[in-house]
Write a protein that binds this ligand. Structure first.
Ligand SMILES: [Zn+2]
Length: 431
């Protein structure tokens, strides 16, 4: 029978798994001088009866693979030749077989890795050649990578976002944030078609009008704020879009979920922190913090008649608490702070039951385990950092807000064209 030759990946795997030592003399063997030796002789494959008898003697099953890693060991060429001249004792053979067995997993792992590396090298060589001969261009490859990235980090936006002439809903990725940032927002809850922000400069009120999220961020970072009741209400939508821009730029597919996997949503109000309840003054914020520290939950407040659940669905929740209304709606589910755990991005809106006040924003919640309640997600900044400088003071305390990097525009979005003359004053659900 002809000498058996093995692929380089198998030879190298056996050699490395045995720490490059010859099995017979236990000295180092170079790869150039390496013989891969069969412990149970290869030539016996031509003499099945003899092979079967031998396998039986060594306590091996009849389907033992003579060419398998359990029967292959590294040796020097000369050691192998010497061995072939004499008959090994049964105990020696069993000893070598046990060594081969102890190296089996390691050898298999090395062989697999070497093969994968070779495939990868071949692929990269092919790509490089294709680029060199002009079979493909860098641009085409970049587009391919972008499309791949886009498809693998798409997240469903669960609420309808009203913009001028269109509503956005559906799957978006970090590639969409720049477009969201520059799309004119339609703040029509109170019939306004733009948002007016003010700032006091030397006791004089300066006004600025904004339509897009980026204009709003710039103005708010510069110390402008909404003053009238209607502007404060409308600003909610700008805050929601901004939080979505931030969330999408950081969104990852979660490794663990204690929300979706446990079929939990904001409808499970017993899991929500009491600090989410509406609070108008710093006193009522302190009151909620006190309740939280005392371990009071929303069901306790329902029992006391202080909280009333007005309506709930898997994506929305409306509560009344101490003369205030609270509306929560789910915007996005994803890992938002790179801890591997799924978070919820929520829009929130609170209003006075007897009065005209209404204001909203966004909050991110997470659930860190099966037995855990919802807690506010850490390490994500959903609000624009405002300058707290009074007129005439320097801008030393001004901090830059999040700004998305420019990518390309709205590829994965569902755009619903709407009639241009939208109902002025038509409210959004729950507001
Ligand atoms: Zn040797």
């Amino acid at each position: 029978m002809a000498r058996k030759t093995f692929p380089t990946s198998k030879r190298a795997a056996i050699w490395r798994a045995h720490k490059r030592l010859c099995i017979y003399c236990t000295e180092l063997v170079t790869f150039a001088d390496l013989d891969v030796d069969h412990i149970v002789p290869n030539h016996l494959k031509d003499k099945p009866e003899q092979l079967s008898k031998l396998l039986d003697e060594y306590g091996l099953s009849n389907d033992f693979d003579v060419d398998g890693l359990l029967n292959l060991v590294p040796s020097h060429r000369h050691c192998n030749l010497q061995k072939n001249k004499k008959i090994l004792s049964k105990s020696r053979v069993i000893h070598f077989l046990s060594i081969a067995e102890s190296k089996y997993n390691k050898a298999r792992e090395i062989e697999y890795k070497l093969k994968e590396q070779a495939k990868k090298d071949n692929f990269l060589i092919s790509v490089q050649i294709a680029l060199e001969v002009g079979l493909t261009s860098l641009n085409e490859l970049t587009q391919l990578v972008n499309r791949y990235e886009e498809c693998h980090n798409m997240f469903e936006v669960l609420t309808v976002l009203p913009f001028v002439n269109c509503e956005l809903k559906g799957f978006m990725s970090s590639l969409d944030v720049e477009s969201l940032y520059d799309l004119p927002i339609l703040p029509r809850t109170c019939g306004l078609d733009k948002l007016t922000l003010v700032k006091l400069i030397s006791h004089k009120e300066e006004k600025i009008e904004v339509v897009t999220c980026s204009e709003w961020v710039e103005a708010v970072s510069d110390g402008f704020y909404a003053l009238t009741t209607n502007d404060i209400k409308e600003e909610t939508l700008f805050k929601n879009v901004y939080s979505l821009v931030v969330a999408l730029s950081q969104a990852r597919t979660p490794k663990y979920s204690f929300i979706s996997d446990q079929k939990v949503s904001i409808a499970n109000f017993d899991l929500l922190p009491v600090t989410l309840l509406p609070a108008l003054s710093s006193d009522s914020i302190k009151e909620l913090q006190r309740l939280e520290s005392e371990g009071i939950h929303i069901p306790d407040l329902i029992a006391q008649g202080r909280v009333k659940v007005v309506s709930s669905s898997p994506l929305t929740l409306t509560l009344h608490y101490d003369g205030m209304g609270l509306y929560l709606n789910e915007i996005l589910r994803a890992d938002l702070n790179d801890d591997g755990i799924e978070d919820l991005l929520l829009g929130s809106y609170e209003w006075a039951l007897e009065g005209t006040f209404g204001a909203g924003g966004s909050v991110a919640l997470t659930r860190l385990g099966i037995d855990h309640p919802f807690t506010v997600t850490e390490h994500i900044e959903l609000n624009v950092r405002e300058t707290w400088c009074q007129a005439g003071q320097s801008d030393l305390r001004k901090q830059p807000s999040f700004r998305p990097r420019r990518r390309h525009s709205l590829p994965g979005l569902i755009l619903d064209e709407l009639a241009k003359n939208r109902h002025p004053g038509k409210g959004r659900g729950g507001y």
